[in-house]
Ligand binder design. Structure first.
Ligand code: NDP
Length: 296
């Protein structure tokens, strides 16, 4: 691992900007011989967070030269109608990448929708074929959040080889794919995945050289749960009331940042950490989709 002072920040802003610059340069070169990559987003309903995410993704894409459109439907859209939309995008040669913003309304089965996306256009990397390739060690698309985390580690010169790694959270979009990425032969971490049924969570987290929190509970991991010198990655994004903030709330992670930072060797902040990487890696995946599409 590269040397760092205790509590060195892993700066998601800086690393994400570097990724965006790289993707932009790749697209400039790509468009000398091809049309720009095209990403189609599908949004169902009026969840304000989902709308904001999709808007953010459109803006990010525009900045690097990816073209986008968004298919926005009312929340009463039927599952079959959504599947038809996805099938239409699968067959549309002008579309390289498809992104269905989750969560979907309760009457629609997320899995049926994800399973319908053409794996070659699945820029989120959630299709079972892409998760299977990831598990086998030759991914086409890596889900953006785990991809962002391993990219942060790489760019900071943090080699997870042999590290006792504890991931708290086993979701299909963060914990499970991240565990797979870190345990592959190119990274060689020794991975434990914890969840709500784990007995004595602190006993696991305290022995972690690399600790990843992806739970969704504000500041649940304090200094007493962290080993001296650990690398700490905070995926959580939680709103806590804050009257001093004009929005009435502020964002915090799953890690108690102030407490844990002095004990860590490296740590990601919230905001300014993993979230920005997630956004940047989607752009990288869209460029990959354009290449796959052009060679299909
Ligand atoms: P999920 O709700 O899908 O998963 C949460 C996981 O945490 C589950 O595995 C759950 O266990 C586990 N968990 C819940 N409570 C505890 C507990 N007390 N002790 C140990 N484990 C517990 O969440 P996501 O993976 O989608 O997201 C996690 C967090 O990361 C959220 O704050 C989300 O907003 C954020 N996020 C951030 C992203 C970014 O780009 N920075 C991207 C994606 C998510 P069980 O499986 O047993 O229920």
């Amino acid at each position: 691992m590269s040397d760092s002072k205790p509590g060195t920040l892993i700066d998601g802003r800086e690393i994400a900007q570097a990724i965006r610059d790289e993707v932009k340069a790749q697209i400039e070169e790509w468009t000398e011989a091809h049309r720009p990559p095209f990403l189609s987003a599908v949004l169902v309903g009026d969840n304000p967070a989902s709308k904001a995410y999709v808007r953010g993704k459109e803006q990010d894409a525009a900045e690097v030269g990816i073209e986008t459109n968004t298919h926005h439907y009312d929340s009463d859209l039927s599952e079959e109608a959504l599947l038809d939309t996805v099938r239409g995008l699968n067959g549309d040669p002008s579309v390289d990448g498809i992104l269905v913003q989750l969560p979907l309304p309760d009457h629609i089965d997320d899995r049926a929708v994800i399973d319908t996306i053409d794996p070659k256009k699945d820029v989120d990397g959630f299709h079972p074929a892409n998760l299977g390739r990831l598990m086998r060690g030759n991914p086409s698309f890596v889900p953006a959040t785990p991809y962002g985390i391993v990219t942060m580690l790489d760019r900071c010169g943090i080699d997870p080889k042999g590290m006792d790694t504890v991931i708290v959270g086993r979701s299909n979009i963060v914990g499970k794919p991240l565990a797979n990425l870190l345990m592959q032969r190119d990274r060689n971490a020794t991975v434990t995945v914890c969840h709500s049924r784990t007995k004595d969570l602190a006993a696991h987290t305290r022995r972690a050289d690399l600790l990843v929190a992806a739970v969704g509970q504000a500041e649940m991991i304090g200094a007493d749960m962290v080993k001296n010198g650990a690398v700490v990655i905070d995926v959580g994004i939680n709103r806590v009331d804050d009257a001093s903030n004009e929005r009435g709330y502020r964002l915090v992670g799953d890690i108690d940042f102030e407490e844990v930072r002095p004990k860590s060797s490296w740590i990601t902040p919230v905001p300014g950490g993993v979230g920005l990487m997630t956004r940047a890696m989607l752009l990288k995946n869209t460029m990959t989709a354009a290449r796959l599409h052009a060679t299909a």
